[in-house]
Ligand binder design. Structure first.
Ligand code: SF4
Ligand code: SF4
Length: 107
């Protein structure tokens, strides 16, 4: 088991700051879902972590705590995070490559 970043959707969706998405060193690992949380009445959507790409560096935690001042991200053991953080792989095609990303898991 290992630690991954887990974003509190409720805190994040209240801000729409998107700061952490600019600092994660792993490409396409923190992304922003504009529709996330709207079913719960949140207006702006929320950042989310593709946990299968997260390397556990905690840089996003520092950014959210100290730069954004929102404290929405915690490092948690991957087997302890809730279902909302699970992801399924999706792929997209660019000119010569196929990239595999992940999106929030939905049943
Ligand atoms: S820095 Fe924090 S509040 Fe801002 S988008 Fe990231 S998780 Fe959400
Ligand atoms: S812990 Fe590191 S790799 Fe994982 S989402 Fe945060 S900044 Fe990206």
């Amino acid at each position: 088991m290992y630690l991954v970043a887990n974003i509190d959707q409720e805190i994040c969706a209240a801000t729409s700051c998107r700061l952490c998405t600019q600092y994660c060193p792993e490409a396409n690992t923190i992304q922003y879902g504009t529709e996330l949380g709207k079913d719960k009445g949140f207006k702006y959507g929320s950042a989310y972590v593709s946990v299968d790409r997260c390397k556990g560096c905690a840089q996003c935690v520092w950014v959210c705590d100290n730069m954004a001042k929102h404290k929405a991200i915690k490092m948690e053991m991957i087997d302890q995070i809730g279902d909302q953080a699970l992801t399924e792989n999706i792929s997209y095609h660019e000119k010569n490559t196929t990239a595999v990303l992940a999106s929030p898991w939905k049943s």
